[in-house]
Design a protein around this ligand. Structure first.
Ligand SMILES: C[S@@+](CC[C@H](N)C(=O)[O-])C[C@H]1O[C@@H](n2cnc3c(N)ncnc32)[C@H](O)[C@@H]1O
Length: 259
């Protein structure tokens, strides 16, 4: 049955006759560069959108949970929209039923990590980041991002998350710091590293360590060509498919046959 599964076609807009994917990609890259450079712009745009989305959700979702997400989203700078923050909370809550550990690669100031910790109460939450910002992007990504974007202090993030249990911080490049998690099995992994190489390395590492039914969710699949290419290439010869979410996120559910 698995042999009959074919990759899902992309849901990102590519079929409009007047639409040039290369031009659209360049537009996103320019926009992302502006965002990465300007905290004020992020506060107005991403922050404003998050408030609107969380306000809309407040009309029909559990008030206590919405209050928690709104509070955490407001405590630190984050690139998550309101819907994305909700999705992370919801996935962590759902995946806490599996007996696995959780991980995030791309912690920045700790907002998404706190949501995972509060919702999932994982027996261990691995937090990977250089805490010096993005590494050098490959050539095609330089238009959108530069080395050092989104640097955050490890000490400040540890202080912010000090009241959360079972956290394990791994400072440095993911490829050089993942060894302590090599024997772990994961119920949920959140990727938010913005770049092709890092995303690809994370998929190579986590995929074989996911529990059946475990979920890998990533930010920026719809916006950043490198993130998208890493997922699409990695999944090309595997039975799982990329499930695009209405925001920028994508998720992959590990099938039991490959557990
Ligand atoms: C956009 S930020 C993460 C935002 C965060 N998840 C949030 O919601 O606020 C991207 C982060 O990925 C980290 N990063 C990128 N590539 C990495 C790699 N190969 N290894 C470790 N950290 C990496 C950067 O240091 C940066 O903090």
């Amino acid at each position: 049955m698995l042999d009959t599964i074919t990759p899902a076609p992309t849901l990102v807009r590519t079929d409009d006759p007047g639409h040039d994917p290369a031009r659209a990609a360049r537009r996103w890259q320019r926009l992302h560069r502006l965002f990465a450079r300007s905290r004020a712009l992020r506060a107005v745009t991403v922050g404003g959108l998050a408030r609107i989305e969380l306000g809309i959700q407040g009309g029909h979702k559990c008030p206590d949970i919405m209050a928690t997400i709104r509070r955490v989203r407001g405590e630190r700078e984050s690139l998550l929209s309101g819907n994305e923050a909700f999705m992370i909370y919801s996935l962590a809550r759902a995946q806490s039923r599996l007996d696995g550990e959780m991980a995030e690669v791309g912690v920045y100031q700790g907002c998404s990590a706190k949501l995972i910790s509060l919702a999932g109460r994982p027996r261990r939450l691995h937090l990977f980041d250089t805490f010096a910002g993005l590494p050098e992007p490959v050539s095609g990504e330089r238009r959108a991002m530069s080395k050092g974007h989104y640097a955050a202090s490890l000490g400040a993030v540890q202080a912010y998350l000090a009241d959360q249990p079972n956290l394990e911080f791994h400072q440095g490049m993911f490829s050089g710091t993942n060894n302590p998690a090599a024997a772990s099995r994961f119920s949920l992994v959140h990727l938010d590293v913005d770049l092709y190489e890092g995303t690809r390395e994370c998929l190579e590492f986590f995929y074989p360590r996911m529990l059946p039914g475990g979920i890998i969710v990533s930010h920026d699949y719809s916006y950043l060509a490198g993130v998208r290419a890493a997922f699409d290439e990695f999944l090309a010869d595997r039975p799982e498919i990329a499930i695009e979410l209405p925001s920028s996120q994508v998720m992959v559910v590990k099938l039991p046959q490959n557990g």
